[in-house]
Design a protein around this ligand. Structure first.
Ligand SMILES: [Zn+2]
Length: 320
């Protein structure tokens, strides 16, 4: 069966035609920044082009799935809360949009949870019964498999707010309104502020704060540059603290780390592993910490897997 998988990134929208664990073709384009509504026409055109180019027969088209960077109720197929991205999405009936255009099933979930589904079934967490995935991009997203099931919770928030657990209650104000979240203390979004407010960082660095991203900083750390090393180490300490919290909360056998940051996995993984092993309270085992195998494709493949589990007749009974 074929499906269309849409990954709504903060700045880029990625749409792929997927069959099982294979992405046959994908297109990425810069998102219009004034909401989801103004992107729907472009999305529609790309989906139609992919379906006709690959001559997808209607009976082999299982559905459309969407990975959303915010809180989602996958059962009601609704976005429930946004954070400065696609803020109109709560009011858009995406299920009807899909049904009107293609008459197929529609699924929607939090982007990090779908990336977890991808890594669990096709990637680094294959055959695991307990895993946590942490995706460090502009923000930080997480998803959790507990005893062989992806956890959802009462409001579908369980496991997905790992970027907003508190690592410093006296720390920086986060975009979510709380104080000292992992995301506020060590993410790309907050990096300029982290540099500007750091007491041990020089003014030459501070005036160029917006020029630095983690790729640059880890590159400088590799050359032995002192200030970049300090900044990178402090951020890795925050991520390690978050991972220790996840281990204490969920008792996983593996932590999978994904996102753009993994381009510097050669520095990040050994550093975090050493710190986690030394500080975590898990006497009987060492938790594996592995990089994502699917990279940017994790959410698209997670959608493909999730759609393959839907019982079609039951699905249409629900929506019609
Ligand atoms: Zn937060």
């Amino acid at each position: 069966m074929y499906c269309i998988a849409i990954d709504l990134g903060g700045t880029i929208i990625k749409i792929g035609l997927v069959k099982g664990d294979e992405i046959l073709e994908f297109t990425s384009f810069p998102a219009e920044t004034d909401g989801l509504g103004s992107n729907l026409a472009s999305m529609e055109a790309i989906i139609n082009r992919l379906l006709s180019k690959w001559k997808v027969p209607k009976e082999e088209f299982s559905g459309v799935g969407l990975a959303f960077p915010g809180m989602v109720n996958p059962k009601e197929k609704k976005v429930t809360s946004t954070n400065d991205k696609y803020d109109d999405a709560c009011d858009i009936d995406l299920s009807s949009w899909v049904y009107k255009n293609w008459e197929v099933a529609f699924i929607i979930d939090n982007d990090a949870r779908l990336a977890l589904a991808g890594e669990w079934h096709f990637g680094a967490g294959k055959d695991c019964r307990n895993m946590v995935m942490m995706t460090i991009g502009t923000g930080i997203g997480t998803g959790v498999v507990l005893d062989g099931r992806i956890i959802n919770g009462n409001h579908y928030q369980a496991g997905s707010l790992g970027g907003h657990i508190i690592v410093d209650y006296r720390g920086r104000r986060c975009t979510c309104g709380n104080i000292g979240c992992v995301e506020a203390m060590a993410s790309s979004f907050f990096l300029p502020e982290i540099i500007r407010t750091h007491p041990k960082i020089s003014n030459e660095y501070k005036v160029k704060a917006t020029h630095y991203d983690f790729k640059t900083l880890f590159g400088l750390m590799r050359q032995g540059e002192a200030e970049a090393t300090l900044l990178c180490k402090e951020c890795m300490d925050v991520w390690a603290a978050a991972i220790i919290n996840y281990i204490h909360a969920y008792d996983p056998e593996i932590i999978v780390m994904g996102g753009g940051i993994m381009r510097s996995a050669d520095i990040i993984l050994p550093y975090i592993k050493e710190r986690v092993d030394r500080l975590v309270w898990a006497p009987e085992y060492k938790v594996k910490i592995k990089p994502s195998l699917l990279g940017d494709n994790a959410a698209l493949l997670g959608i493909s897997y999730t759609l393959s589990t839907i019982k079609k007749e039951k699905y249409y009974e629900q929506i019609l």
